[in-house]
Design a protein around this ligand. Sequence first.
Ligand code: CA
Length: 424
Amino acid sequence: MTEITANDPNRKTWVEVDEESDFPIQNLPFGIFSTKGEEKRVGVALGDKVIDVYRLAKEGYLDEGLGPDIYKNEYLNDFMSAGKEMTRKVRNRIGELFDENNNELRDMAADVQKILLDKESVTMHLPVKVGDYTDFYSSKEHATNVGTMFRDPDNALLPNWLHIPVGYHGRASSIVVSGTPIHRPKGQQKPNEDEPPVFGPCKLLDFELEMAFVTHDGNALGENIPIERADEHIFGMCLFNDWSARDIQKWEYVPLGPFLAKSFASSISPWIVTLDALEPSRCEGPEQNPAPLPYLKQSGKNNFDIELEVGITPPDSEETIVCNSNFKYMYWSMAQQLAHHSVNGCNIRCGDMMASGTISGPDRSAFGSMLEISWKGTQPVDMNDGSQRKFIQDGDTVTMRGHARANGVKIGFGEVKTEVLPAK
Ligand code: CA
C-alpha cells in the first residue's frame, strides 16, 4: 500500500487558509459540488476554497490513471470504487500540488482561476449514492441511558449488547445533505397507556448525534471482511444526524425495532473526511469486557478522537450548544462493525453508509440526543434566549460540528445543519 504523504503536519500551502479552518492542507476531504450552469463534480475542500478536481485532472495535474471523466460525477461512488490505494494516491498528489514549495500549479494563474473556487460560489450536494444504510447502536453510555429510561436501571444493557455490535437496517432514500430542511413527521403514537393509538404530527422530535463511514468496494456475497482488513474498505467519515420521532418509536419498535420513527430523514455533512486524514487521531477505545469473540478481536488504536458538538438555534435567535461529546466514547470500533456486518456473508457494496449510533459521553453535557439530555422530557434545557427545550420545535435549526486534532493539526468535518419545518 502506498504511504500516506498528505498528512505531513509541517506542510504549508500557497493557498491562504485560516489557522482555525476545518480544512487545512492536511485534511483534503472529498465532496460533490456544482456551480451555476455547470454539472456536478468532485471537489476537495481547502480552507475557504473548493478545488475542482475535474478541472485539475482535465488540465493534466493528476496522472494517477483515472482520467478526468470520473470526477464529472453526481456522486463519489465511482471514485471510491477505484479503491483505497488509488484514492490515497490522488489525495497525496493534491496535497503535493498545493504545497507552498510546489510551483507546478501555483504559477499558472489561468489554471488556478479555473480550479480554485470560492466556497460561496458553489452548491454542495449529497456526496454519496447510498445503497444501503445501516445504523449501529455502539455507544455504551447511550444504550445504558435508553435502557435505564425505558426498561430497568439494574439491567440497562440487554444481554447481547457486550457481545454484538447491535445494529439495524435503516432507510437510504431519505438521507439528505446539510442545508436541506426536513418536515416534522406524522405517524401513530400512543400517548395514553389505556387508550387507543392516535395519528398526528410527532410531538417528541429528536436528533441523534452520530458519525457515519462510507465504504469502498466490499466483499462478494457469501464472503466476509476479516477485521484486520476492515479499514481498507473504509473510505471516510461524515457527521450524521439520525432524526428520530420518539413518540412514534416508542409505540412501533416492539418487536422488530425502529421503522417510521427513523426512516423520514437522516442528515449528513457534505464533506467526506478520509480515514487516511484521520490516522493521526487514532486512539484506544474503551476496554472491552467480556473479550469479544475471535472474529471481533483487535488490539491497538482502533478508535478516533473526534470532538463533537450539537447546537440548537430557535427561529431568529442565537444558538445554544446542548451537547459536547466525542467519537472516542464508542464501545465498538468501525472495524468491528464492518467485520460483524459481513461475517454472515452479507455483501458490502461501495457507497454503503454505516452510522455509529448516538454518541453519548459519561455525563449530561455529553449526551447525544434530547431524549437523554432532557431525560425523557423531565429536565428541560435552558436556552440562551430564555426559552426551554425538551425536544426539537418547529423552526429550530440543529447544527452538528466535529473535528479531530493531532500534531497541532485540526481535521474538521464542517457541519450538518438542518432546519425543522412544521408537519405537512
Ligand atoms: Ca440512530
